[in-house]
Design a protein around this ligand. Structure first.
Ligand SMILES: Cc1cc2nc3c(=O)[nH]c(=O)nc-3n(C[C@H](O)[C@H](O)[C@H](O)COP(=O)(O)OP(=O)(O)OC[C@H]3O[C@@H](n4cnc5c(N)ncnc54)[C@H](O)[C@@H]3O)c2cc1C
Length: 436
């Protein structure tokens, strides 16, 4: 089949690997000059002229990202070199918090909770009881339950120090507004899934090198046509039901792998000239997609003075006590993750407010919580539409739009929140369904 694939983020690239491996002719259109979409490398020049390779946002992967790891490997990435694998640790600067031992689930979670530092025995017991109740219920809950509803019985301190940061890290949605169902599914597959599922996988290379650039090379070497800097303007049904037109060029099938807003624009515009039978499915799909709401994520890159051995933090990743005036929930030591010594990435999930204020607050956090007195902001990247807001009972659009017209991406109906794994799985599944 001649297939047009619109968008070369992680979903589009994973779909393209699948389609090209199955022998289809794939033409990929990407609006940006580089591939990777919302998870891409970001080259930067420092004021002194030295080059710095950052990301559009600090990302973490976990061991349960099995499809992502498979696609990285297929594209030729040396996965153990590209990712630092560590047992899950959500520790704060003073060392309090949860740290899992390397053991099969659920023993790692059980042992981690029992050994958690800084938690009272009553906190640990409450969490064990609640986790056991979730497990007994098969990690299912009422469709309209929020994460806050699920955790209402837990002590306030545990909710603030553990559940809230875990929820924003996984769903990028505050616990009071986040889907309990999706949260439980993430817990099931990570903390209570296969051995190593909860491991943190921290990128040691920029996000472009981690998968998108390698996937683009793999695809081009096998004859796929990749056009970057090419934003598709219009999608239309070809006359007599003979496939689809992408900016006037004919294809047997089209896979929309753009973010949701752009996919909705292309589909609703297409509905205006589509034959009668297609109008309702196209409008329904575009309507469901347009209804999604978004949360932002800011990454504040800070240069600090590195300690001995180039290490600035006690761990490569630390959870930070966060509230309205101290907005960063996590900080990463990029100096031990392949970056220049002393470079830190502060992550502010569900970020709000203006950039200058955010930077000021993050620097204050670096001083008060990490004792980093000499620190300055290198770059702040605010992704306003980082992820869809993963709210209870959310109706996400499906992958099949109309015959020969499919969509993939992190927002397509599926068990996961907006993540790399959600995007990659959606890409692989749509490619298989489209060509199957
Ligand atoms: C700051 C930040 C931090 C995050 N942290 C994490 C994390 O720690 N762990 C995790 O798993 N996930 C994280 N995520 C989420 C993850 O990055 C996304 O879920 C994933 O990248 C989405 O991939 P996608 O392919 O579905 O969409 P996108 O990456 O949005 O790809 C869509 C592509 O389509 C292109 N495009 C759009 N319109 C057109 C057009 N008309 N023609 C041609 N091309 C077009 C775009 O340029 C883009 O390249 C984070 C996201 C952000 C922004």
């Amino acid at each position: 089949m001649r297939i047009a694939l619109i968008g070369a983020g992680w979903a589009g690239l994973a779909a393209a690997l699948e389609l090209v491996a199955a022998g289809h002719q794939v033409r990929i259109f990407e609006a940006a000059r580089s591939v990777g979409g919302r998870a891409r490398g970001l080259p930067l020049a420092r004021p002194d002229g030295t080059a710095l390779l950052l990301d559009n946002g600090q990302h973490i992967l976990i061991g349960a990202y099995t499809e992502t790891l498979r696609c990285m490997q297929l594209a030729g990435v040396d996965v153990p070199a590209a990712l630092l694998r560590l047992p899950l640790a959500l520790c704060q600067p003073g060392g309090s918090g949860l740290q899992l031992p390397s053991a099969p689930a659920p023993w790692n979670a059980l042992w981690g909770i029992v050994r958690a530092r800084g938690w009272r025995w009553s906190d640990k017991w409450a969490l064990l009881r609640t986790a056991r109740a979730w497990q007994r219920a098969g990690f299912a809950c009422a469709e309209h339950a929020s994460v806050a509803d699920l955790c209402a019985e837990l002590p306030a301190r545990l909710r603030e120090d553990f559940i809230d940061p875990l929820c924003v890290a996984a769903l990028n949605t505050p616990a009071a507004q986040a889907s309990g169902q999706v949260f439980l599914r993430v817990l099931q597959d990570s903390l209570f899934g296969a051995r190593g599922g909860s491991d943190l996988l921290l990128p040691r290379q920029d996000l472009g090198a981690l998968f998108p650039d390698a996937a683009a090379r793999w695809l081009q070497a096998r004859g796929a046509h990749l056009e970057t800097g090419r934003r598709v303007q219009a999608l239309a049904a070809a006359p007599q039901g003979q496939g689809w037109l992408v900016d006037g060029a004919a294809f047997d099938a089209v896979l929309l792998a753009t973010a949701s807003t752009e996919a909705a624009r292309l589909v609703s515009q297409c509905a205006q000239t589509a034959p009668g039978a297609l109008i309702v499915p196209l409008c329904d799909w575009a309507g469901a997609t347009q209804a999604l709401r978004f949360e932002s994520i800011a990454t504040v890159y800070v240069q600090a003075v590195p300690g001995a051995g180039g290490r600035t933090l006690a761990r490569p990743m630390l959870a930070l006590p966060s509230h309205a005036q101290a907005p960063a929930q996590f900080v990463f030591d990029r100096g031990v993750l392949g970056g220049p010594p002393g470079l830190l990435a502060f992550v502010v999930s569900t970020s709000q407010g203006e950039r200058a204020r955010l930077e000021h607050q993050v620097l204050a956090q670096a001083r008060s919580q990490l004792a980093l007195l000499q620190a300055e902001v290198v770059q702040t990247v605010v992704e306003k539409r980082a992820t869809f807001a993963c709210t209870p009972g959310l109706r996400r659009p499906g992958a099949a739009i109309a015959p020969g017209l499919w969509a993939c991406g992190d927002y397509i109906a599926g068990p996961y929140p907006a993540t790399l794994e959600g995007a990659v799985r959606s890409g692989v599944q749509a490619a298989r369904a489209l060509a199957g």
